[in-house]
Design a protein around this ligand. Structure first.
Ligand SMILES: NC(=O)c1ccc[n+]([C@@H]2O[C@H](COP(=O)([O-])OP(=O)(O)OC[C@H]3O[C@@H](n4cnc5c(N)ncnc54)[C@H](O)[C@@H]3O)[C@@H](O)[C@H]2O)c1
Ligand SMILES: [Zn+2]
Length: 634
C-alpha cells in the first residue's frame, strides 16, 4: 500500500499560515479541493473547523454564489453505472457552537410561525453523525452519494454479504457504510491505514481484499440507514437545557466513528416549508466539535536547540490517533512548563489538536519527574534560563543554531530544495558555517567534501537558480530569521520603506507603522543591526528581488493621508491621541511622535505653543489644525 501521502509543501505552508486572505480566488479553490481529497482519503490536513470556518468561509465572504459552495464535495469515485438518486442526498450545514444551533433553532421558529405551528411543541431528533461512506439504498440498488443528485451503483457490496444495521430491512433510504471501531483496531489496523481506506476497499469493483471480506462476513462492517440510528428526541426547551449532555451522549450510542451530532426537525410540514439549498437541507444541522483531544503517555522528552538558541522540549509519545492523523510527537511550550507540570518519562498527558497538525500539550494528568538538560544537546555549552526558556548562549559555534539558521534561509526562499538538514549538516561538519560561504562553494570543493559529481553540480545549479528566480524582497528579508520579523512583519515594513533603507530606521519610524508596537520596534532595530553585515554581503551576491510597492506610490484615492507622515500635537477634540493615531495608521499614514524633515503634516490640537508651530514650518512641514485635518476626509 502506498504509505507516502504527504501533501505538497506548498499546501502544507498555506495550511500552516492559515491566511486565506493571501490567496487568489483560484488558489483558494484549488487549496480547498486538495484538502477535500486528503480528507476523503482519511488523512485530513486541517481540522474540519479550520476548513469550514477559515478557508471555506473566506470563499463564502468573497463570492457567496461560488459554485464550489453549492457542490456536495465529492468522495473518491468508484467504477459502476451512474444513476439518478431517488431523492437528493445533500451535505449538511455545520455549527461549531451552541450559539450556532440556537441560530438555526430561530430559523425553525420562524418557519413554525409562518405555518401557524406551535414551536414549543415541535419534536427534534438528534443522531450520531456517522463518519463513514454515505450511500442510498432504494431496496433494489445501493448508490454512492455522488454529487448529491446522481450517484454510482455499488450494489455489489450487498452481494458480498454486507448487512443492513438495525432491523436489517433493505430500502430505507440514506445511510452510511461504517466499520466497528474496536474491530478495526484489533483486526484491520495492520492492513489498512484508516477506516476510509477500508471502506474504499470493500466498495472497490475488483480484487476484494481477504480481510475486508471477513469483516463483511463477521458483520463488523454494515450499511447503517439513518432512519435506524439510535437517537435522542425532545423539544427545543430540552435541547437548550441539556445541550452538553446531548452532544456527549448521542455519539456514544454507536460503536462507529462519529464526527458530530445531527439535529433535525421531525415535523414533515416544517421540513417541506424550509426546504433545501443546493448544498444542504435547511431543516437539519450538524453540530461538530472544533477541539479534539487524546490522552497519551510520554516516552521521553528530547531537548532541541533552535536557530535562536532556545532549547525546546519535544515530547515523544506513544503513537496515538488524533482527528485522523497518527501523532507521535508534541511540543511542550517551554522547559519551565516541563519542570512545573512534571512532563517526564511515563507521564500521562492530554493533547489538544486545535488547528493544524502538530498538537500542543495542554494538561498533565499523571506527572513524572522531569529531566531538565544542563548542557546544550548540540554543542555541550552550559544552558542558561531566561524567564521560562532555556537557552544555549553559544550562537557562534553551536552546530544546531548555525545549521538551523542556514536551513531556515533556504526553506524560506522556497525556490530550492537541495539544502535540507542532511546536506547542511554535512557542509557544517566540513567547516561551512554561513549562508554566504555556501554561495562561495565551487565544484571542486564540494567534491573534496565528499559530494558526488552529480550532486555537486545539482547543488551549484540550485544556488544559481536561487539568485536568478524572482523572489519577493520581503521573503528574502524573512529568510534571515530576524527575531520578531516573521514574513508578515517583513512585508508590512517593506510596504513603507525600501529594503536597504531599513537598517537606518529610527524607533519612531518603525512604531509609526500599523502593527508595530514599542517593544517589537526595539527588537527589530537591535536585531537588524546584528545581521546588517551578513545581510549586505549576501544581498551583494545579486538576487533577483521583486520590490514591494511602497504605500506612498500606490494610488489610494480613498485615503488622502496614505503614505504620508503625520505628527499630532496638543489636545485633540475628535478623539484621544491614541484613537486618532490608530485611525490614521489604518488609513495608511505613518504617525511619528516628533516633527522631522520627513514629516508631511503637523496636526495641531488645542494649546500648542507658537514656537513649536514655527519650528515645524521652518522644516517645510505643513501645519494644519485638527479641523482642517478632519476636513480632508469629507
Ligand atoms: N478537514 C478537511 O480538510 C476537510 C476537507 C473537506 C471537507 N471536510 C469536512 O467535510 C464537510 C463536508 O463533507 P460532507 O458533505 O461529506 O459531510 P458533512 O460533514 O456535511 O456530512 C453530510 C453527510 O453526513 C451524513 N450523515 C452522517 N450521519 C448522519 C445522520 N445521523 N443523519 C443525517 N446524515 C448523516 C450524510 O451522509 C450526509 O451526506 C466539510 O464541511 C468539512 O467539515 C473537511
Ligand atoms: Zn548549543
Amino acid at each position: 500500500m502506498n504509505k507516502n501521502h504527504t501533501p505538497p509543501e506548498a499546501i502544507l505552508k498555506i495550511a500552516a499560515e492559515a491566511r486565506p486572505d493571501r490567496l487568489s480566488d483560484d488558489e483558494l479553490v484549488e487549496f480547498l479541493k486538495v484538502c477535500n481529497e486528503y480528507y476523503r482519503r482519511g488523512e485530513p490536513i486541517l481540522l474540519d473547523a479550520v476548513y469550514d470556518f477559515v478557508f471555506l468561509e473566506e470563499l463564502r465572504r468573497r463570492h457567496p454564489d461560488h459554485p464550489y459552495l453549492e457542490t456536495v464535495e465529492p468522495e473518491k469515485a468508484f467504477v459502476g453505472k451512474t444513476v439518478a438518486l431517488p431523492e437528493m442526498m445533500l451535505s449538511t450545514e455545520k455549527a461549531y457552537s451552541k450559539e450556532g444551533i440556537e441560530k438555526w433553532l430561530q430559523r425553525v421558529e420562524k418557519a413554525a410561525q409562518e405555518l401557524g405551528i406551535d414551536f414549543e411543541g415541535l419534536r427534534f431528533r438528534a443522531t450520531p453523525k456517522l463518519d463513514g461512506f454515505a450511500a442510498y439504498d432504494d431496496g433494489k440498488m445501493l448508490y454512492t452519494r455522488g454529487d448529491g443528485r446522481k450517484g454510482t451503483d455499488i450494489s455489489r457490496v450487498f452481494e458480498r454479504g454486507l448487512v443492513v444495521a438495525g432491523d436489517g430491512r433493505r430500502g430505507q433510504g440514506a445511510g452510511e457504510i461504517v466499520v466497528n471501531q474496536r474491530y478495526f483496531a484489533t483486526h484491520l489496523a495492520d492492513y489498512f491505514e484508516n477506516a476510509r481506506n477500508f471502506q474504499a476497499s470493500i466498495i472497490k469493483e475488483k480484487d476484494l481484499e481477504e480481510h475486508a471480506l471477513a469483516t463483511i462476513q463477521n458483520h463488523a462492517a454494515v450499511f447503517f440507514p439513518f432512519a435506524q440510528l439510535p437517537d435522542w428526541q425532545g423539544s427545543v426547551k430540552e435541547i437548550l437545557e441539556q445541550f452538553e449532555t446531548i452532544v456527549h451522549a448521542v455519539p456514544a450510542k454507536v460503536e462507529y466513528d462519529v464526527d458530530g451530532v445531527i439535529f433535525e426537525v421531525t415535523d414533515v410540514r416544517i421540513r417541506q416549508h424550509m426546504g433545501a439549498t443546493r448544498h444542504h437541507h435547511r431543516w437539519q444541522i450538524a453540530y461538530k466539535n472544533n477541539i479534539e483531544t487524546a490522552v497519551v503517555k510520554v516516552l521521553r522528552v528530547t531537548p532541541q536547540t533552535s536557530r535562536s538558541g532556545r532549547v525546546n522540549p519535544v515530547a515523544e509519545l506513544e503513537p496515538t490517533k488524533l482527528s485522523g492523523a497518527m501523532i507521535s510527537r508534541a511540543t511542550a511550550h517551554h522547559y519551565k512548563m516541563v519542570k512545573e507540570m512534571g512532563i517526564g518519562e511515563d507521564a500521562v498527558i492530554e493533547l489538544i489538536r486545535s488547528g493544524l497538525v502538530i498538537p500542543k500539550i495542554e494538561r498533565v494528568i499523571v506527572p513524572q519527574p522531569p529531566q531538565i538538560p544542563e548542557t546544550c544537546p548540540s554543542c555541550g555549552t552550559a544552558l542558561i534560563w531566561d524567564s521560562d526558556y532555556l537557552y544555549c548562549p553559544n550562537p557562534v559555534q553551536c552546530p544546531a543554531q548555525i545549521e538551523n539558521t542556514i536551513e531556515h534561509f533556504f526553506r524560506t526562499l522556497g525556490n530550492i530544495d537541495g539544502f535540507g538538514e542532511k546536506t547542511i549538516e554535512k557542509l557544517h561538519a566540513a567547516g561551512i558555517h554561513s549562508v554566504y560561504q555556501i554561495y562561495q562553494l565551487d565544484r571542486q570543493y564540494l567534491q573534496q567534501l565528499g559530494f558526488g559529481e552529480k550532486t555537486s553540480q545539482n547543488l551549484l545549479d540550485q544556488l544559481a537558480r536561487s539568485r536568478r528566480d524572482s523572489i519577493e524582497d520581503w521573503r528574502f528579508l524573512g529568510a534571515f530569521g530576524i527575531y520578531r520579523m516573521g514574513l508578515g512583519n517583513c512585508e508590512r515594513l517593506l510596504r513603507h520603506f525600501p529594503l536597504l533603507a531599513i537598517f537606518d530606521l529610527t524607533l519612531d519610524d518603525i512604531v509609526s507603522i500599523e502593527g508595530f508596537a514599542q517593544k517589537t520596534g526595539e527588537a527589530v532595530i537591535a536585531n537588524l543591526a546584528k545581521i546588517k553585515n551578513d545581510f549586505m554581503r549576501i544581498h551583494a551576491l545579486g538576487f533577483n528581488l521583486a520590490r514591494t510597492p511602497l504605500r506612498s506610490e500606490q494610488a489610494q484615492p480613498a485615503s488622502p493621508i496614505a503614505g504620508k507622515t503625520i505628527v499630532f500635537t496638543g489636545t485633540m477634540t475628535h478623539g484621544s491621541r491614541e484613537e486618532m493615531t490608530r485611525e490614521a495608521k489604518r488609513l495608511g499614514a505613518k504617525v511619528a511622535s516628533a516633527v522631522s524633515g520627513k514629516t508631511d503634516f503637523l496636526v495641531t490640537g488645542e494649546d500648542v505653543g507658537a514656537a513649536k508651530i514655527s519650528a515645524a514650518a521652518a522644516k517645510g512641514v505643513k501645519v494644519i489644525s485638527e479641523v482642517e485635518y478632519l476636513a480632508m476626509f469629507d
